[in-house]
Design a protein around this ligand. Structure first.
Ligand SMILES: C[S@@+](CC[C@H](N)C(=O)[O-])C[C@H]1O[C@@H](n2cnc3c(N)ncnc32)[C@H](O)[C@@H]1O
Length: 268
């Protein structure tokens, strides 16, 4: 059975609805991932205003490319800190949803329909490119990394998160979240284990295309409460929203990279 990327058209009208399984990426995943990305961005650009009582947008004018922008969860975060964001996604329904949500939130974000393998953007244009929970969905990882590098300015920053290909990810992302009836979040194959990307594979692909790995850290639930597993059963029975489940799991930076990981690279 192949991966079902058409799910982003079928349910992509309601990314922002807490009852949509895609909202699992929002509740705590958006703040959890973004906290790490913002920290890296601050350190790498020298615009680290932490602790200086600065409350404005730190990154005004930086051009950012969101590859696989989905409903626009991260595009809106990067826009709020001052970046000028272009979001690219192959799902027209998701792009439409992201456009509407940005307009309703009075945020200026440019969204284009396109795939990471052939980005509809000029060469060496972006200070930052990020690709989150997307690399495990693409048919040609090598082409996506080559295109990302092409779009970045020399010295530009690449931020990413994706799913590792391990025994743990087979258990968590495939068996628990996708196959077992009581715990599954999707009833369609949104992931295929063979498409998950080991950190060393990603690092080699990036190196081949002029992106030098800076760091890789774990990404996962920080909640230590074993009862959260029961929440998976409750959410399947519609007694808990996916947004709330995500918040309870409290995703963010963790030590283990066994299931998911995030990190950054720098364009030479
Ligand atoms: C799990 S969602 C992640 C969305 C968003 N990046 C986030 O983290 O909220 C995966 C997204 O990747 C998009 N996608 C699938 N294949 C792609 C490709 N070849 N290039 C770029 N995006 C792709 C899907 O349409 C979907 O919006």
């Amino acid at each position: 059975m192949g991966i079902d990327n058409d799910v982003y058209n079928r349910v992509g009208e309601s990314w922002w609805d807490e009852d949509n399984p895609l909202n699992l990426l929002h509740g705590s995943m958006t703040p959890g991932r973004f906290a790490y990305f913002r920290k890296v961005l601050g350190e790498r650009t020298g615009r680290d205003f932490a602790g200086r009582n600065y409350t404005g947008p730190d990154f005004t004018g930086l051009r950012a490319l969101d590859i696989g922008s989905g409903g626009g969860f991260l595009a809106e975060e990067f826009t709020r800190i001052g970046c000028r964001v272009v979001g690219v996604d192959p799902s027209p329904v998701s792009v439409d949803t992201a456009r509407r949500h940005a307009a309703a939130s009075a945020l200026e974000i440019e969204y284009r329909i396109g795939a990471g393998e052939r980005l509809p953007v000029p060469d060496a244009t972006f200070d930052v490119a990020y690709c989150c929970d997307v690399l495990e969905h693409v048919s040609d990882l090598e082409a996506v990394i080559a295109e990302t590098s092409r779009a970045l300015k020399p010295g530009g920053l690449y931020l990413f998160d994706t799913v590792n290909r391990t025994f743990i990810s087979k258990l968590v992302a495939i068996k628990i979240l996708q196959e077992w009836r009581l715990t599954r979040v999707f009833d369609t194959p949104i992931h295929e284990w063979s498409m998950f990307v080991r950190p060393a594979e990603l690092a080699s692909a990036m190196e081949r295309h002029g992106l030098r790995l800076g760091q890789i850290v774990g990404l996962g639930p920080r909640s230590k409460n074993p009862l959260r597993l029961l929440d998976l059963v409750r959410v399947g029975g519609s007694r808990l929203s996916y947004g709330e489940l995500s918040r309870r799991l409290d995703f963010g930076q963790i030590r283990s990279t066994a299931n998911s990981y995030m990190g950054y690279a720098v364009k030479r």
